[in-house]
Each structure stands twice: as C-alpha cells, then as structure tokens.
Design a protein around this ligand. Structure first.
Ligand code: ZN
Length: 343
C-alpha cells in the first residue's frame, strides 16, 4: 500500500475519503429535500457530455425520472464523484475531520447580507479548512482542478505541519514564511443551499486568485498578496462583491462578505450559460470534423445543417440523464443528415 499523501508516513489505509467535506458536498449533491448519506445525486457537466452519479439510497422513482429505465448496467457504471480510497491514513483523515467539524459550526452561526461579517473568531481553522479543500481537489486524480505544482506543494506542507488531533495545538507560526503571503476572500449566500441547488465549479485558467464556487460559498485563494492589485478576472459576475470582501489570513478570524440569494442566482445562471456555450462550440467543432471526414467541401459543416443538429440536440425530448450522451448525439446527427441529405 502506498503512503498517505498528507503525512507520507503511514500507509494510506483510509477508504471512502471525501474530497469536499461531506457536510458541504451533501448540500451540493443531494436530491432536493434529502440530506442523508448515500443520497448523492449529481451531474458532471463537461464540454462533451453530461454524466451523472447517484448515491445508493436515492429512490428508484427519482432515478427513473432522470434516466428512464433503471438497468443493471446503469447501476454498475455508477460511481459517486469526489470520494477516494487509499489517499490518506486514518490519523490524517481524523485530523481533517476535526477542522471540518469545527468549521461546520459556522454554517448555522451569524450571517449578514451585503456587508462583511465575522463567521468565526478562531484564527487559522478556517484558513486550514479552505486550504485543505483546494489541496484535495488538486491532488484528486481527474478532478479537473489543478494548482500549480509549487502552490500544491506549499499547501501540502502547511497541512502536514499544522493539522493535529488536538485543536488547541493548531496555531499559526508567524515566522513561517509559507503563511506570510497567502490568504483568501470569501463570499456566501447564507442558507441559499437549503432550498436551491448549488455548484461545485471553478475557472480552470484562473490562478491569481484561484476562483471556485463550492456550495453557497465563493472562494478566492491568493498565493501572493500582490495579486489583489492584479488584473481583474471576473468570476461569473461576482467581481464587485469580491472587491468588497476582505482578505483573510492565517492569523485572524474569518470575515465573509454576505451576498443575496438573487446575486447567487445571477452567478449561477452565468455558470449555466457558460456551460451551454462551451458545449455548443465544442459540438460545433466536432461537426466540422465530421463534415471533413465525410468528404464535404471546405472546413466547416454547411451552417443550415449544423444549426439544425445543434437545435435538435438542445431540444431533444429524452430524459435529462440521457440527453448529452454520445449515443443520443450520434442518433440525432445521423438522423438529421439522412433527413436533410446535405453534407
Ligand atoms: Zn497520514
């Protein structure tokens, strides 16, 4: 067995580790109105396809609503994302769990909207909490999120040095150079997640700061304070609020800028639009390639045909879980080509 990715000391014997802590991931993934373990229901939206996954305890009726027929194949191919085996040892998993349960108490604490508020006055715990999430996303194979190697190493070093089984022993060392030029800003739409669906999503090319949306939180992680004055990288329309938020460091409690449900909804809609545009442009490129392979004239598929295919895919009257599968795309593409007889 390989060694734990955190301490590099004990064998990585822990199975079922959550990359995003379970108290948060269950708020993102869960079937609306259901909060238990194994109730995950999530969709992974990539350029080409929408795959989805579900926990063992999701009701069969709910699965039918999404997939149509529930087959053995569907069940056996299902894998809940964001849960990994043999990454950590039992001790490190416990230590991570300790800061998670400490931070989770802030969810039901005080919150405000359109102003700054303090979520916890305990220094360093909240810093380690958010740092541990982006570090875990970065080390997770195929998560799609990657810190620069130097940044990933730095967070790994900080977590290894400071995580402890005793909360009172977790104290930031002011002389530690790893802690002196690092921080994060955070926005939150308090309790938006209780009634609405939320995201786990990020901009793959943003590093100054790394920008993520995790449930009802927007996290901006800075590896240099000078990036605060850098180029404005708008993250789905949250720039104004990001400017108003304060930089949190390892040495003081956490200050959050509260945003309204309406603002979260606006950001969420921007993410959806981004996903749709990205998928359509990727599909368009594939259709151009197909056109070339079929020996068509020029580099691009005849626009009338291409638009008709894209329109039919967007309006395709199949269950949500099957709409953006390769099978459904191929079916629509071939039917449209046969029908219009233009290539
Ligand atoms: Zn360990």
């Amino acid at each position: 067995m390989k060694n734990c990715l955190l301490c590099d000391n004990n064998p990585a014997d822990k199975t079922g580790s959550h990359i995003v802590p379970h108290f948060l991931s269950k708020r993102i993934d869960t079937e609306p109105g259901q909060k238990g373990r194994d109730k995950e229901l999530g969709f992974v939206i990539t350029e080409d396809s929408t795959s989805s996954y579900f926990g063992r305890a999701v009701q069969p009726e709910k699965l039918e609503e999404i997939y149509g027929e529930v087959t053995d194949e569907l069940i056996s191919e299902n894998k809940v994302k964001g849960i990994v085996d043999n990454y950590f040892c039992t001790d490190c998993e416990k230590n991570l769990g300790l800061i998670e349960s400490e931070y989770s108490k802030t969810i039901n604490g005080q919150s405000k909207i359109d102003v700054l508020y303090e979520s916890t006055n305990k220094p360093f715990i909240s810093f380690l909490f958010w740092a541990s999430i982006i570090w875990r996303l970065s080390i997770e194979e195929n998560s799609g999120f990657k810190l620069k190697p130097k940044d990933e190493k730095k967070l790994g070093r900080i977590l290894k040095k400071y995580l402890n089984s005793d909360l009172s022993k977790i104290n930031a060392d002011p002389k530690d150079s790893d802690l002196n030029d690092i921080g994060y800003k955070i926005l939150r739409a308090p309790n938006y997640s209780d009634k609405n669906s939320t995201w786990l999503h990020w901009s793959t090319n943003y590093e100054r700061p790394y920008s993520l949306i995790i449930d009802e939180y927007l996290l901006f992680f800075y590896f240099k304070k000078s990036y605060l004055k850098g180029m404005v990288l708008d993250f789905y329309g949250s720039e104004k609020e990001k400017q108003l938020a304060e930089l949190n460091t390892p040495f003081k409690g956490e200050i959050i800028y509260g945003i309204s449900d309406l603002k979260y909804k606006e950001i969420s809609d921007n993410i959806t639009m981004f996903g749709v545009r990205k998928r359509m442009s990727s599909l368009g490129e594939k259709l151009d390639l197909l056109h070339q392979k079929l020996g068509g004239k020029g580099k691009e598929m005849y626009p009338a045909l291409k638009n008709e295919i894209l329109k039919r895919i967007a309006n395709s009257n199949v269950k949500l879980g099957k709409k953006h599968t390769t099978e459904n795309h191929i079916k629509i593409i071939s039917e449209t080509i046969m029908e219009l007889k233009i290539t």
